[in-house]
Design a protein around this ligand. Structure first.
Ligand code: PDD
Length: 287
């Protein structure tokens, strides 16, 4: 079955789907995106993701390409046409196509919308969670507006590549004072010796992850305390557990930081029980 992508009003075979060479996303990374998990034929946390899309668009003064109900319809259609029961739906909005000029194009320029979906294997991801993943740390070198989910991801791309070359799966951006910001595409968490969850406040310096927000509710349900505060790489290395969150990985235990094992070097029970409880707590709509 061929993959299908939505591009500016048309459903096209994935291999032939494209945007114009003067799309501002292509030339300036002048656009934003969202990734929602599809699990058991439900779109997970779509309200949170679309609220954040709205915020990213308004911070950059990019118009919605279609209204919200139409966007949900397109997401469902792309998921159905690709027969995705477990996987991801990706959506990207850019400021549209216009002759290359740094300043915004005329107000009549339509923003571009691309929606794709892909399957993932829940068994493989459960196996990854059972094994845990490794992170490296890299100096923070991104702009200050990482609260906007912009497609300008060059530092994130380079950090992930560096992680891969070091035999790890994620890179944590770290401030000069040793405080952990977040991963290249995930939020960062630790569990203290007394079982409290710790994650950096989302008011500056990180993306306010939708999985992160839902996890606060999961923690409440499990009777776990959450401390929103900064933590250092040293604190993480000696924590009881570490893990990361994102729509693509949900909750993924971290078993090593810069080559040093976290606790006994195995996934922690808190991360695994949060992972177990996540789907029941998350907001879901039928895909
Ligand atoms: N990344 N921080 C960064 C820098 C991210 O790019 C992401 C998501 C997150 C987690 O956000 P959420 O829980 O809403 O997925 C945190 C997506 C999945 C990506 O780039 O593929």
């Amino acid at each position: 079955m061929p993959r299908i992508a939505y591009v500016n009003g048309r459903y096209l075979p994935h291999a032939q789907a494209g945007v114009h060479i003067e799309d501002r996303g292509y030339q300036f990374a002048d656009g934003v995106y969202e990734v929602c998990e599809v699990a058991r034929s439900f779109i997970v946390d779509s309200v949170g993701h679309l609220n954040r899309l709205d915020r990213s668009l308004s911070e950059l003064r990019i118009a919605w390409p279609v209204n919200r109900a139409a966007l949900v319809h397109i997401m469902r259609e792309v998921i159905a046409r690709n027969r995705v029961h477990n996987g991801m739906v990706y959506l990207q909005v850019t400021r549209g196509v216009a002759p290359r000029d740094h300043v915004f194009p005329a107000g009549t320029t339509l923003s571009s919308l691309v929606v794709t979906a892909k399957r993932t294997d829940p068994v493989a991801s459960a196996k990854r969670a059972a094994a845990g993943i490794k992170v490296i740390t890299v100096p923070e070198n991104r702009w200050e507006r990482v609260d906007i989910k912009s497609v300008g991801l060059l530092p994130n791309v380079l950090a992930r590549q560096q992680a891969k070359e070091a035999g790890a799966q994620e890179a944590w951006f770290v401030d000069p004072d040793g405080t952990v910001k977040e991963g290249a595409a995930t939020n960062a968490w630790i569990v203290t010796k007394d079982g409290h969850l710790v994650t950096r406040p989302a008011d500056s310096g990180i993306l306010r992850g939708i999985t992160r927000t839902t996890l606060m509710d999961v923690a409440k349900k499990l009777g776990l305390k959450v401390e929103e505060r900064g933590f250092t790489v040293e604190e993480a290395k000696s924590a009881r557990e570490a893990f990361m969150t994102a729509a693509t990985t949900v909750i993924m235990p971290i078993v090593a930081i810069d080559g040093q094992p976290v606790a006994n070097g195995h996934p922690g029970s808190v991360a695994l029980s949060l992972r177990e409880a996540f789907f029941d707590v998350a907001e879901k709509i039928q895909a």
